[in-house]
Write a protein that binds this ligand. Structure first.
Ligand code: ATP
Ligand code: SF4
Ligand code: MG
Length: 406
């Protein structure tokens, strides 16, 4: 009798269909890697409204002229309409793109090992939430692969994906927006049971009460609506829903950023307790670097859709190499009044991620910028087998992590 789980079965089928190479099959055997993200990209296409704006202005002008002189007005209107349809086909106007590419995530690599908390930090708008949603396939990637226990989830059919989705959950950045305002806590938590056919009737209701207890809510909370909860309680409800299907991996997208300090501590405590109790693996997204330092086993620093530096949290916080990481960490307040850190102030705002210039993404704000940074993507420099930074102008390191493998 075979003890093959559903995920193993899907993996085997994918290999048999030739969708997963033998190289990946080897990775699948690597028990400790739950999620492997390879060169993941997610671009958004932003329409350029130039043609429409131009057309509207010209048409309004023609209507004004029409009020004074019908013949001239009609002629201008006709000309505007003809030009509107002709111009995009005539050089050089036909070369102008109709859309701009907003590179929200531009080629990130991550290895998330079982039972670990992996941090993803960076300024607002750098692409953290987009990366997380693309990793669990709530957004389709433009390019790249995500392997969950060795299976390339972007190649799965919707039926296969439904089964995998049970194991990949998310606690959203804004719990209020992600909870149905017309459903009670009971109905919100029970919904995944119904979708996945896990439990029904009294058994499902019993599981709801047990989940509410797990996240520190009382049985009577089951019949409240989201607006009847406090911010911290709503976040607990979001966590209960994420736990409903007993996942392996949960994205925590800034789970405490909207909460005050005391509630924040309680939610962090809960997140840690659940991890120990259920053997969960987290991708923990946060702005608060001091929290990431104490909570996360590994830390990834992101800027404008790219990872700038990755390593164990000790490596990132004690031996940071990248100028951006140094600037971010220098801004973290130090609790000890006898110690002072030298603050690095970044000049200018984050540039727009729409059609960014070639070279390093950090070039417009970097204190170490040089000519090569404006021309070429920075190479990886490895400072241990787990610590990598991408920069042209930092000292030391090796070209490959293999250099540290004895
Ligand atoms: N659906 C969308 N269409 C177009 N652009 C989008 C879309 N979603 C996000 N973006 C853009 O992608 C970039 C990254 O957004 P994202 O929400 O991933 O950032 P973030 O790092 O999570 O920010 P925050 O810390 O504020 O939550 C931003 O420039 C944002 O405006
Ligand atoms: S590659 Fe150049 S611009 Fe980018 S971080 Fe390094 S020094 Fe700064
Ligand atoms: Mg976000």
């Amino acid at each position: 009798m075979s003890s093959e789980t559903f995920i193993e079965k899907i993996g085997r089928q994918q290999v048999e269909k030739g969708l997963i190479s033998s190289r990946i099959r080897t990775k699948e055997m690597k028990e400790d890697v739950v999620l492997e993200v390879i060169n993941l990209k997610k671009f958004f296409n932003i329409p350029i409204p130039f043609e429409t704006t131009w057309f509207m202005l010209a048409f309004v002008a023609a209507v004004v002229v029409f009020a004074f002189n019908i013949t001239i007005g009609l002629s201008i209107m006709g000309g505007v309409v003809v030009l509107y349809f002709l111009l995009p086909n005539i050089p050089p106007f036909n070369k102008r793109p109709k859309v701009a590419h907003l590179k929200a995530v531009d080629g990130i690599d991550l290895h998330i090992r079982r039972g670990k908390i992996v941090g993803l930090v960076g300024e607002s708008g750098c692409g953290k939430s987009t990366a997380a949603k693309t990793i669990i396939r709530l957004l389709e990637p433009t390019a790249g692969s995500v392997y969950f226990k060795g299976i390339d989830i972007n190649r799965l059919t919707s039926v296969e994906m439904k089964e995998i989705r049970r194991h990949l959950q998310i606690v959203f950045q804004d719990p209020y927006a992600s909870l149905n305002p017309r459903a009670t806590a009971h109905d919100i938590i029970i919904e995944p049971f119904a979708i996945h056919g896990v439990a029904s009737g009294d058994e499902a209701s019993y599981k709801v009460l047990s989940l509410l207890k797990d996240v520190g809510l009382a049985p009577h909370h089951a019949y409240r609506y989201p607006h009847e909860f406090s911010g911290g309680q709503r976040q607990r409800l979001g966590i209960a829903r994420a736990l409903a299907l007993e996942p392996d991996f949960i994205v925590m997208d800034e789970p405490v950023s909207n909460l005050d300090v005391s509630v924040r501590a309680a939610i962090i405590q809960l997140i840690l307790e659940l991890q120990h109790k259920m053997g969960l693996t987290y991708l923990f997204i946060a702005h608060d670097l001091s929290l990431v330092k104490i909570l996360c086993d590994e830390t990834n620093v992101m800027y404008l859709g790219k990872i700038m530096e990755s390593g164990t949290s000790d490596e990132i916080f004690e031996n940071m190499m990248h100028p951006y990481t140094k600037a971010l960490i220098s801004a973290v307040p130090i609790a000890d009044p006898t110690k002072r850190s030298k603050k690095i102030f970044l000049t200018g705002d984050i540039p727009t991620p729409i059609n960014p210039p070639p070279g390093c993404k950090f070039q417009t704000r970097c204190p170490l910028v040089s000519d090569i940074c404006r021309l070429e993507e920075p190479p990886a420099r490895w400072y241990s087998k787990s610590h990598v930074a991408y920069c042209h102008n930092i000292e030391g390191g090796e070209e490959s992590p293999e250099a540290y493998v004895k």
